[in-house]
Design a protein around this ligand. Structure first.
Ligand code: FE2
Length: 254
């Protein structure tokens, strides 16, 4: 009975899981820097809103140095969904660290992207669209949505960038177009496949996440971490729990 219950939990677990990663990078001069990543909340209904609130609080509880959101706020810019964006991300006022975001593909097919961006601008999240920000000597290069051809990849080779440079890019497969020598790319979009075989092996992932499907890829053109995200577009997640990531970044191991 206990085994059956545990299996059921593993198969259909919908609780947001904290994934902790310690990553050593060739180009990084801020040892011990901690980044909380949330992705793909898809705030389409109250269920997704509640899941996203769980994720935001779990991320803030880690007291990170930086919090990032890697795209796909919602699917349709209905008034209630825009309200969920404001409600969820307003909580980041208690994060105690800078909070940055990039848009995802769904944020451009939501039928009122302008209004969505206005709502985001009224929260503590700073939306980066081919822009660079600086936090404690670390550069954050946030790319606009690559799927819609809006990413300006030359942003990641700007002379303004620090040795420690983090790139936010919604669709991970576009890491092959990232220019320059940034330290690490953070992506989402794949949802980890949502429905997986035991061990979290995805059966299908969307265009833009067919190579880099989930987890850390140190040997990609730029090292990249792909979050499974928080929201769900299909009927359920199987062997693929929603995720908040806490990444601790270090300089190369000697
Ligand atoms: Fe996406």
């Amino acid at each position: 009975m206990v085994a059956a219950t545990a299996l059921e939990g593993a198969v259909s677990s919908s609780e947001v899981r904290l994934e902790r990663r310690n990553i050593s990078l060739a180009r990084w001069d801020a040892p011990g820097f901690r980044i909380a990543q949330i992705s793909d909340v898809h705030l389409n209904n109250t269920g997704m809103r509640d899941k996203a609130l769980q994720a935001v609080h779990l991320a803030m509880k880690q007291k990170p140095d930086l919090l990032v959101f890697t795209g796909d706020f919602l699917n349709k810019a209905k008034p209630e969904c825009l309200g969920y964006v404001k409600e969820v991300f307003d909580h980041l006022g208690d994060a105690g660290c800078p909070c940055f975001a990039v848009p995802g593909n769904h944020d451009y097919t939501c039928e009122d992207t302008g209004r969505l961006f206005e709502v985001i601008a009224a929260t503590p999240l700073h939306l980066l669209r081919n822009q660079i920000a600086e936090v404690h000597g670390i550069s954050i290069a946030g790319l606009d949505d690559a799927y819609h051809g809006l990413a300006q990849f030359e942003t990641t080779k700007s002379s303004e960038l620090s040795v420690s440079t983090l790139v936010l890019l919604h669709e991970p497969d576009y890491v092959r177009q990232v220019q320059g020598t940034p330290s690490l790319v953070l992506s989402g979009h794949s949802h980890g496949g949502e429905i997986c075989l035991p061990g979290g092996i995805p059966i299908h992932t969307p265009i833009g996440a067919s190579i880099y499907k989930g987890g850390y890829y140190p040997d990609a053109p730029t090292p990249i971490y792909v979050s499974r995200g928080v929201g769900t577009l299909g009927p359920c997640r199987i062997f693929c729990p929603p995720e908040v990531t806490l990444i601790t970044v270090n300089a190369p191991q000697s």
